[in-house]
Design a protein around this ligand. Structure first.
Ligand SMILES: Cc1cc2nc3c(=O)[nH]c(=O)nc-3n(C[C@H](O)[C@H](O)[C@H](O)COP(=O)(O)O)c2cc1C
Length: 176
């Protein structure tokens, strides 16, 4: 299977975790771009949108391309996946199946609507889930505690990543 990591990061923690996961899996990274939360009032808009469930405009760079599986990641905002990532996942039928979801947050345990967010995926796979406090990301601190949890997440992903890709076989005599 060809997996791709698609992640949103506002202040860099999730990006750092994505890079560790990319190194471990060989997957390329695409970034969710969301200008709405940039600039001096971005933080206020982020808080407000997270509370009100507003889904902002996003783009994904580079494009997801020919991936068979996604590993998606983003920060937790007000107990939910951040709105840019929720926006990405709001059209699951237009995405490859999501094999894993990783999140970073300030404090573990404050994730009121995570279950709803994950239920929305409703795909053929039950995604592996990893949530780390920002200080637990190994590159954030030499003695960060997240290493074993990252290994557990990768162990859950491994069988999915090893599956052969299922691609449609198009007979030669059919014109598309
Ligand atoms: C608008 C906003 C809301 C947040 N809400 C929460 C929260 O509810 N619980 C929590 O633990 N952290 C919360 N945080 C902290 C982020 O989840 C944490 O810093 C995360 O690692 C940031 O990831 P990033 O650097 O990839 O953007 C919030 C941060 C922002 C900007």
């Amino acid at each position: 299977m060809q997996a791709r990591i698609v992640m949103y990061s506002s202040s860099g923690h999730t990006r750092a975790l994505a890079r560790l996961l990319a190194k471990a899996t060989g997957a390329e990274i695409s970034e969710v771009i969301c200008p709405r939360y940039d600039g001096p009032f971005g933080w206020l808009r982020a808080q407000s949108d997270a509370v009100r469930g507003i889904l902002p405009d996003i783009s994904v760079r580079p494009a997801i391309g020919a991936a068979d599986l996604l590993i998606v990641g983003g920060p937790i905002w007000r107990g939910c996946l951040a709105p840019p990532l929720r926006r990405l996942l709001s059209a699951p039928d237009r995405l490859p199946p999501v094999a894993g979801v990783f999140m970073t947050c300030r404090r573990l345990g404050a994730m009121a609507c995570l279950e709803t967010d994950l239920a929305r995926l409703d795909g053929a796979l039950t995604p592996a889930v990893l949530c780390l406090g920002a200080g637990d990301i190994p590159s954030a601190s030499p003695d960060a505690a997240g290493g074993s949890r990252i290994s557990g997440f990768l162990d859950r992903l491994a069988p999915l990543l090893k599956r052969p890709a299922v691609r449609p076989i198009i007979p030669a005599d059919i014109t598309l």
